[in-house]
Design a protein around this ligand. Structure first.
Ligand code: FES
Length: 206
């Protein structure tokens, strides 16, 4: 079946709670006396991907390095990425809801709406499974599907990451891409529903 577990060594520690609070303050327009430049940076890390942000490797030796369009081979396993603010050089990794899956597919095989969001076959989606929030780390090469290792939900990246197997309740949110001087960049806001279902609770996310 061509499934492989994704190595995510060197995954950075993320102080989510602190940054979520700061992110909420930003959304609500609050600032505190003494809110310094470091706090402002924390807020920037919580923002979702912004138009013209670059796309950067999330983990491993290349963490923080912008992804070039030529880096990804056709239909090879997805990589994890975050948006990167080109002005500050910081990745927007203050929340795992910003975690992205990135893969290159045959442009001719993409559904029309997916093709419109892609950069020459490169497509990006939320990396958080809509079922109970696991990282979508596996790739089913035979059927060209993302697969979640927790309960085996499958998503079709060539067609909007629609659910094609397993218990996931909705497709992965899609992030429009473009190229800027050979580097991948964000072309628009997330499309679709971010977050995941928590059994017995209200859905978490946006
Ligand atoms: S968390 Fe992904 S299938 Fe359950």
């Amino acid at each position: 079946m061509g499934e492989q577990a994704l190595s995510k060594t060197d995954k950075p520690e993320i102080d989510v709670n602190r940054r979520q609070v700061l992110g909420c303050m930003c959304v609500l327009g609050f600032s505190l006396p003494g809110m310094n430049e470091a706090n402002a940076q924390d807020v920037a890390l919580m923002l979702p991907p912004q138009v013209n942000d670059l796309i950067a490797y999330a983990y491993g030796d290349n963490a923080g390095k912008p992804v070039s369009a030529a880096d990804l081979e056709l239909e090879s396993k997805q990589i994890f990425a975050f948006a990167l603010d080109p002005a500050s050089g910081m990745m927007r990794n203050g929340t795992r809801m910003n975690q992205l899956l990135l893969i290159r597919l045959d442009p001719a095989a993409l559904a029309p709406a997916t093709a419109a969001r892609s950069a020459n076959g490169l497509v990006a989606y939320s990396g958080v499974c809509s079922h109970t929030g696991c990282d979508v780390t596996d790739w089913n090469a035979e059927f060209k599907r993302f697969q979640c290792p927790c309960h085996e939900s499958q998503f079709d990246p060539g067609n909007g990451a629609k659910v094609v197997g397993g218990p996931a309740p909705w497709q992965l949110a899609a992030l429009p891409l473009k190229e800027i001087d050979g580097q991948l960049a964000v072309a628009g806001e997330f499309e679709g529903r971010l977050g995941f279902l928590q059994p017995g609770l209200s859905p978490f996310g946006i």
